[in-house]
Ligand binder design. Sequence first.
Ligand code: IMP
Ligand code: MG
Length: 179
Amino acid sequence: MADTSFVPSHTRVFLSSEQIAARIQEMGAQIDRDYPQGPVYLIAILKGAFIFLSDLARAMKTPARIEFMGISSYGKGKTTSGEVKVTKDLDVSIEGQNVLIIEDIVDSGVTLTYLMKVLAQRKPKSLKIATLLDKPERRLRPVEVHYVGFQIPDEFVVGYGLDYAEDYRNLKDICILEG
Ligand code: IMP
Ligand code: MG
């Protein structure tokens, strides 16, 4: 049973921290099976993926290196501006490396389509995507997502790293923001 005592009244729990934790253990095990040689560069997209990264990285046994990239495609609202830019780039070369992009949620697919193109040019050995959440109904650009935690309906969600105008990132459950 999720502890909802601190959840603001205009949110409701959609995925509890317990459900998220269980699914991430499965994802970690799947990644371990897929990268028996290791190591993997986990490239987390700031800021939304920071909690998912920290849990997924510890759910896998495959040796991992942790990197961050900043990408912006959203303004302060709930809809994409359609413009994508790199706000923080990698400090390392990924040439010849196994790379796994760690994303909080795939919505229109605009961000990841752009990022896959940018990173593929750097000649990694492999390049895949792991996302905690996927809203397939909202897709504008087709993007192959290799690891999906949960497919969710077209609702705006916050918590567990995800924000609305920079708020709610530290909720431990994933909640639907109403209104
Ligand atoms: P895309 O380019 O439309 O796929 O945008 C993906 C990004 O939009 C995610 O990394 C989030 O930062 C943001 N986003 C999309 N849907 C939601 C949501 O329901 N809650 C919070 N952020 C979202
Ligand atoms: Mg965001």
